[in-house]
Structures are given as structure tokens and as C-alpha cells.
Design a protein around this ligand. Structure first.
Ligand code: ADP
Ligand code: MG
Length: 451
């Protein structure tokens, strides 16, 4: 059964995915309706579990004609033999590490994440103003920017900055009451208070804050009762000269069903937005994170990761964690080549057309498609042709003779020769490796845009 499964998966998945995650696993069938897949290490297990279990289940069901349960486990024995000194988390990155406690009055207090401090925040053109305002607020709360309203897309550092204010404040004044709360928690506390008839203590609790940090306020949309109560909490704190900081994924006037009076309160201090970071800032963020975690990263690896994850810093960090875990578990050197399989977004393979490949190659080497199909032995033409054959083998499931046909009827041995030659050169020639990567990206882009 497993070899049949492998055969079909090979057609469905991209080559690096298949080679890295599927080929290294083995399987055992228990009784009739249970298949156990054994992976060489916990990292591979998590990866399969997270991204490929459905694909595998579908294939198995196709073969057997009925669904069966699939378990993924780790082989016993030297599963962690390759683990170096580097501390590596097996789990894929978590959404949140903030822990929650419920205090005696039934209100939720959330501890601050110890990593969300100013010194770990990289300042770039995209967040300069938000950072400066946060620092000003942390130094003199309740003065200039009250409230401070931070807005920006998901994973761009709003929560980080907000909590940095909390940490900084607390360092200066250990007695000051700093409350960090998500809008959802505020709502839950309110509901609990209403149920338990303890509105009095709810109000006392929130109005005792010196600094109130409210995250993801966009979720207050349409919640009339929460808005009403928050309005009073806000006013009470503001009048007492206490600092309020609010974070949102959009500016106040774009939150639907937000009471006009709240909207105007939110806008009376400073609205500071965070944009997506540029490449340089993304690289600096990776660099800083690596330094904190004691990981040495070559510059081209940083650049590679930074150029693949452009719009969300949480994803950027997740990619780095995956790459480091992967490298350390398989005992590989940290190179762009080696980390590519974990950075590739898991997705089913999109088969490129031979036209797309010929077009991209001809364009890149400044030759014509006719040249590629011709028998010309001119250096630059035969070089481009060999690269084209290599790429066609990588990007399609065409047989060797078929690839030969696409290049004007060449023999399949010519295709093998070209493929192996380029594959071998690629190992030692970094410029070539980079060129091939760029061509691959371009082929993928062309293919996707054709679908
Ligand atoms: P948001 O609340 O805007 O969705 P977060 O504050 O949770 O985003 O940030 C997501 C992740 O990215 C966090 O791990 C955070 O530490 C990190 N991060 C965001 N911006 C920066 C930055 N400028 N420098 C360093 N790390 C950052
Ligand atoms: Mg957040």
C-alpha cells in the first residue's frame, strides 16, 4: 500500500516536498482501518501533520476505496541524534505566548510577553513614528499622546510596541498598575461581571489602571454594551490623566458600527500607523532575532528568508524558526539550498507548461525559442538549452523523450546529460544556483498567472 501511496504522492507534490517529507517516512498498516506513518524526527511529524495529512488521507482513500484513520508518529531510537547545542522548539511557532490568570475578582489579567520590549524592536521607516510615540508615552504617560492609537495590519508589531510600553513603565515604577487586555477579554470580563452582579468591582478594577493597554479594539464593532462600558472606562481614566493605549488593525473611522463618540475619543490623541516593512528592515529584524537566539545566519540566508516573507513579521519569524529547526534536526549546514524545502509554501504542485519554461529561459538568456529548439552549438545557445532541459525536468512530469521533443527533437540521453551536468555544477557554483532559483521563481509565477 505505501509504495502505491508514494507513487501517487510523487505526482501530486512538488519534488523538494516529496523528497524531504514523504520519502523519508515509512508506513505500517495496523488491522484494517488504521495506517501509521513513521517519520524520522518530531519536526517531520509536525510538518506532515500540519500540511500534508489531508493529501495523504485522500490518496489512501482513493487507493482503498474507503477512508482510513492515519496516525503520524516518530521513529524510536536516535530521533534527536542530530540535534546540536542550539535550542530548538519542535513545535511550529505558536500564535501567542501570553498567559492568562484570573484574579480573585474574576477579572482577567494578562502577563506581558517578556520578549516584547523596546530593545528587541527594530525601527524602520515603516514604524518610526509609532515607535517614537510609544517611547514618549512610556516615558511620560498621560501627557502628550492620550490616547495613543496604534494601527496597522496583522503581525506588524502593534502588540509588541504596546507591551513594550508596559514593560518600560513597570521598570521605572514598580507600583504603577499596568493592565494589558484584549478587547475580547474586556468583553468577557464585562459579561462575567453582569452575570455575577459584580459591576462595581469590574469598574473599580479597570478604573484603577495607571496605564491601560487595549489590544485589537476593532473587535468591539457592533458590541453596543461593551462600547458603552468602555466609553465610561475611557473617560474616567482620561479625566484622571491616566494613559490609554489602543491597538487596532485599522483607523477608528474605518471600524464599522463604532459609536461616533468612541470614534472621536479614539482620535483625540495621536493615531500612529505601522506600515509593512521594507526588505532592509525585514533583514534587520531577522538579524536581531538570530542574535538573541544565538544563531549564526549567513547574509544570503537572511536575504532569502526576508525576500520570501514580505507582509507579516510573525510569518517572517515563523519561517526563521522553521529553517533553524530543520537545519539542526537534519544536521545540515545553514545554506539557502538547504532551507528551501521548509520555506516553500506547502501547496500542491502546479505543473508548469513547457511553453512557460521555454519562454522564461529564452528571455533570460537573450536567445529565441527557435534557438533553443535548433541544433545550434553556439556556446550561449547550448548553455541556455541545457539549463532549459534541467528546469523542465524540475518543473514538469514530462518523460525524458518528451522533454527532448520540446527542444526540437533531441535524444533523451542529451536530456539526461544536460540535466546531470547542470545539477552537478549547481552544487559548487553559487552564481549558477542563484540564477536557477530566480528562473524557477519566474517559471512558478508565470505558471500561476496562467491558471
Ligand atoms: P500585531 O500585534 O501587529 O499583529 P505583533 O506585535 O504580535 O503584531 O508582532 C508579530 C511578531 O513580530 C512578534 O513576534 C513581534 O515581536 C515581531 N515584530 C513585529 N515588529 C517588529 C519589529 N519592528 N522588530 C522586531 N520584531 C518585530
Ligand atoms: Mg496583536
Amino acid at each position: 500500500l505505501w509504495s502505491q501511496v508514494l507513487e501517487r504522492l510523487q505526482l501530486k507534490l512538488s519534488r523538494p516536498t516529496f523528497e524531504t517529507w514523504i520519502k523519508t517516512a515509512s508506513a505500517e498498516r495496523l488491522e484494517n482501518n488504521c495506517l501509521v506513518i513513521i517519520t524520522p524526527n518530531p519536526f517531520a511529524r509536525n510538518w506532515l501533520q500540519k500540511y500534508y495529512i489531508n493529501t495523504i488521507a485522500n490518496v489512501v482513500q482513493d487507493i482503498l476505496g474507503h477512508p482510513i484513520e492515519i496516525y503520524i508518529t516518530v521513529a524510536q531510537g536516535d530521533a534527536v541524534a542530530h540535534l546540536g547545542e542550539a535550542e530548538v522548539s519542535w513545535e511550529l511557532p505558536n500564535q501567542s505566548v501570553v498567559s492568562e490568570n484570573v484574579d480573585k475578582k474574576g477579572q482577567t489579567t494578562t502577563e506581558l510577553n517578556s520578549k516584547y520590549i523596546f530593545s528587541r524592536f527594530v525601527v524602520g521607516a515603516n514604524n518610526r513614528m509609532a515607535h517614537a510615540a510609544s517611547l514618549a508615552v512610556a516615558e511620560s504617560p498621560g501627557k502628550e499622546f492620550n490616547p495613543l492609537f496604534l494601527c496597522g495590519g496583522v503581525g506588524l508589531g502593534k502588540t509588541h510596541l504596546m507591551q513594550a510600553i508596559g514593560h518600560y513603565r513597570w521598570e521605572i515604577d514598580r507600583d504603577s498598575k499596568i493592565f494589558y487586555v484584549s478587547t475580547e477579554q474586556f468583553t468577557n470580563d464585562l459579561i462575567t461581571a453582569i452575570r455575577n452582579d459584580s459591576m462595581q468591582s469590574f469598574r473599580e478594577h479597570y478604573r484603577a489602571a495607571d496605564v491601560l493597554l487595549v489590544d485589537d479594539i476593532q473587535f468591539i464593532e457592533g458590541k453596543e454594551y461593551t462600547q458603552e462600558e468602555f466609553f465610561h472606562t475611557f473617560n474616567s481614566l482620561h479625566e484622571a490623566g491616566k494613559q490609554v493605549v489602543i491597538a487596532s488593525d485599522r483607523p477608528p473611522n474605518q471600524i464599522p458600527r463604532l459609536q461616533e463618540r468612541l470614534c472621536s475619543r479614539f482620535s483625540m490623541g495621536l493615531i500612529a500607523d505601522i506600515q509593512t516593512p521594507d526588505l532592509e528592515t525585514r533583514m534587520a529584524i531577522l538579524q536581531k532575532k538570530a542574535e538573541y537566539d544565538n544563531i549564526r545566519l549567513p547574509r544570503d540566508v537572511i536575504e532569502y528568508i526576508a525576500s520570501h516573507f514580505t507582509s507579516n513579521i510573525r510569518e517572517l519569524e515563523g519561517a526563521l524558526i522553521r529553517a533553524v529547526a530543520y537545519i539542526s534536526i537534519w544536521g545540515l549546514p545553514m545554506t539557502v539550498e538547504n532551507i528551501a524545502p521548509v520555506l516553500e509554501t506547502p501547496s500542491e504542485k502546479v505543473e508548469a507548461t513547457s511553453e512557460a519554461i521555454l519562454t522564461v529561459v529564452a528571455d533570460a538568456f537573450n536567445v529565441s525559442i527557435e534557438d533553443l529548439k535548433s541544433n545550434s552549438r553556439r556556446r550561449e545557445i547550448s548553455w541556455a538549452r541545457q539549463i532549459g532541459m534541467y528546469l523542465m525536468r524540475q518543473h514538469t512530469d514530462l518523460s525524458l523523450p518528451r522533454i527532448g521533443e520540446e527542444f526540437g527533437g533531441k535524444d533523451h540521453t542529451t536530456v539526461i546529460y544536460s540535466h546531470d551536468k547542470i545539477a552537478q555544477l549547481r552544487e559548487s557554483d553559487r552564481t549558477l544556483a542563484q540564477t536557477l532559483r530566480q528562473l524557477s521563481d519566474r517559471i512558478n509565477m508565470t505558471t500561476r498567472s496562467q491558471k
